[in-house]
Design a protein around this ligand. Structure first.
Ligand code: PAF
Length: 283
């Protein structure tokens, strides 16, 4: 049986634990999560282990990135299973603050990201989201003082936002993206997939299928407008209500119409029933 990683729940205890890791001159990697860990998170931890000697995983369901109408209350919380997974991966430290430890009474400072955070993708539908993410990730970086931090490419706009923030604020953390892990039928792994009813789960891989087909057509030189309109039809025909289905510049997230204009990323967000899924691929 694997030994349980050390778990800390207060900032002073975290500081002591990180000092201990640093004293041995180890490079530290942070994997920020909201728990409900699946194989996608495990792949982040494994990449972290390849990039640093010590791995810290944070588990914190961050209330400030949820709108009042969203699923903060019902977000899956699976502490025992998470701990077992992280023990099996031989993680060194788990940072698991409660809301009061992260946002003590009187907390009054926020990071307001611009640039990729205002690209008109997730921010158009979840205007509260990137302020909440940037603030908590900024705190996680200063609390854990990692050399590198690993984020999944599945939340592609989030990855761009935290990369920009780390650079802009000189946080001294190298942000590394990790490729999306998919179920056998192509559905991107997500903690929210547990919300899908069986028939929705069956339809869900259509998102990835539509993206792959559309990306192949773009690579073949077909015009982006027609390709994206046809892709959107496939997605809605599968039972989704589409928020967006777009191609953007992979670095800046600016609108882009052809591969000649730079590296391209295709991004989608759509609801099936009440569950909202996001996904993206490189074109
Ligand atoms: O991607 C997530 O799980 C969250 O947005 C993050 C980065 C842990 C911040 O709460």
């Amino acid at each position: 049986m694997s030994r349980s990683p050390m778990v800390v729940r207060t900032v002073p205890a975290l500081r002591r634990a990180v000092d201990g890791l640093r004293a041995r001159k180890a490079m530290i990697a942070l994997v920020p999560t909201m728990g409900a860990l699946h194989d996608g998170h495990v792949s982040l931890v494994r990449l972290a282990k390849r990039r640093a000697q010590k791995v810290v995983v944070s588990i914190f369901v961050n209330p400030t990135q949820f709108a009042p109408t969203e699923d903060f209350g019902s977000y899956p919380r699976t502490w025992k299973a998470d701990l077992a997974k992280l023990a099996a991966e031989k993680v060194d430290l788990i940072w698991n603050p409660d809301v009061k430890a992260m946002y003590p009474e009187g907390f009054a400072t926020r990071i307001v990201p611009e640039g990729p955070a205002t690209a008109g993708l997730e921010d158009r539908f979840r205007p509260h989201f990137f302020g909440g993410v940037a603030t908590v990730v900024g705190k996680l970086f200063t609390q854990c003082r990692p050399d590198v931090a690993i984020f999944g490419e599945k939340d592609f706009q989030q990855l761009r936002v935290v990369t920009q923030m780390a650079r802009d604020l000189d946080l001294g953390v190298k942000v590394i993206g990790s490729r999306t892990v998919r179920e056998r039928d192509g559905l991107a792994m997500s903690s929210r997939n547990v919300y899908l009813a069986p028939e929705q789960r069956q339809a869900a891989p259509e998102l990835y299928r539509a993206m792959k087909l559309s990306a192949a057509r773009l690579r073949a030189g077909e015009p982006a407008d027609a390709v994206m309109a046809a892709g959107a039809e496939l997605i809605t025909a599968a039972g989704f209500a589409l928020d967006y289905f777009e191609v953007r510049h992979a670095e800046t997230l600016a609108p882009i119409a052809s591969l000649a204009q730079g590296p391209m990323r295709m991004l989608v967000a759509a609801k099936i029933g009440t569950t909202r899924l996001i996904d993206n691929i490189a074109v």
